[in-house]
Design a protein around this ligand. Structure first.
Ligand code: AHG
Ligand code: MN
Ligand code: MN
Length: 334
């Protein structure tokens, strides 16, 4: 461990732009929050925190105790830097205001999914936390100040509470992964300059939705399933964890595609995944690692948001596969 670069030392050399001081403090607070969430998850059953609360969040989804605990940890711990002017969380319907005394500098907006994949939490399968940082034009941000396209993000990342706890980060200059050393409580750089292979033979999608998908997605998956005997001439493998963080982490390590496409059940709500704190931060990371992210017809990072909890179709991962999916959508439109 003596040779390994700790997160603090990494930030010190890696951050070189005008956001340097702010990002250093905000990322440090975020990483600390993720450590606290990891501890809450680890001791979940012991603390009686594994169940559902019987309440629903703004999205109409059942809240788990750990959804709310993770949200509260994140909101509390990220007011310290003095740079966060306002927050948006999956679990809270409105903009979260930051107290005046915590806004010495203000100027930045923090958006997050405190616990991604929370349906997995009581079956002991990987979950994560996703975050995105935007610049604010003022110190008292209103909802409209958050509605910036993904290309405006200055930082995005996720923590993954898996077989080890990891913290993966981009500030627009590549993607770097850190592993939590439980003994020292520090994150160390273990995955420098993560790159998604351009080609893959692995896809992740909830196959039970097949009959609700649009034709271009059905075509793509049909061809994967036909394997060596079909047009693609090669066999594919499938994974579905039901935690986007875990799927994306696997894609960053060994390539692959992740699809949560539009389907006829989701049409009224626009898709499954939330643009501002799921699709945008993850798409930023994926592009920074050499991958691509699309709705099928549009680059996710260029979507002009209409609401803080807006949902979108998401298809991302290995570049050549995503290009193929985009092509199938374009052919259908003609
Ligand atoms: P969340 O737990 O934050 O609501 O997000 C869950 C998301 C995503 O992580 C995952 O890929 C997908 O929902 C799982 O959907 P299915 O239950 O349809 O498989
Ligand atoms: Mn989520
Ligand atoms: Mn969540």
């Amino acid at each position: 461990m003596s040779q390994a670069i700790a997160l603090a030392a990494f930030l010190n050399t890696h951050l070189q732009n005008e956001h340097r001081e702010a990002l250093t403090l905000m990322i440090t607070d975020i990483a600390e929050s993720c450590k606290k969430i990891a501890i809450a998850i680890d001791s979940g059953a012991l603390e009686g925190n594994m169940g559902s609360l019987g309440s629903e969040n703004i999205q109409g989804e059942v809240q788990k105790a750990l959804d709310v605990i993770s949200n509260d940890i994140f909101v509390e711990a990220n007011q310290r830097s003095g740079y966060v002017a306002g927050m948006v969380s999956e679990e809270i319907s409105d903009v979260i205001e930051v107290a005046e005394k915590h806004k010495q500098h203000g100027q930045y907006l923090l958006l997050f999914d405190p616990l991604d994949g929370s349906s997995n939490v009581n079956v002991n399968i990987s979950v994560g936390t996703i975050f995105s940082i935007l610049k604010s034009s003022n110190n008292h941000p209103k909802l409209v100040d958050f509605l910036q396209p993904g290309v405006s993000q200055i930082c995005a990342g996720y923590a993954m509470y898996g077989s080890s706890t990891m913290f993966v980060l981009t500030t627009g200059n590549g993607v770097n992964g850190f592993t939590l050393d439980a003994e020292s409580g520090k994150f160390y750089l273990t995955h420098p300059d993560m790159q998604i292979p351009k080609d893959t033979q692995e896809f992740a999608v909830n196959m039970s939705n097949y009959r609700f998908w649009q034709e271009p997605v059905q075509r793509y998956i049909d061809e994967c399933l036909q394997g060596e005997e079909g047009d693609r001439g090669k066999d594919f493998n499938m994974r579905w964890v039901a935690s986007m963080v875990a799927e994306v982490h696997r894609i960053l390590i060994r390539g692959g595609v992740f699809l949560y496409p539009m389907d006829s059940k989701l049409r009224n709500q626009g898709g499954k995944l939330r643009l501002m704190y799921e699709a945008n931060p993850i798409s930023f990371i994926v592009e920074q690692a050499g991958g691509a992210a699309t709705t099928g017809t549009k680059r996710i990072l260029e979507i002009k948001p209409m609401g803080i909890h807006e949902r979108v179709p998401v298809m991302l991962g290995s570049k050549n596969e995503i290009d193929r999916i985009v092509k199938y959508h374009a052919l259908k439109k003609r």
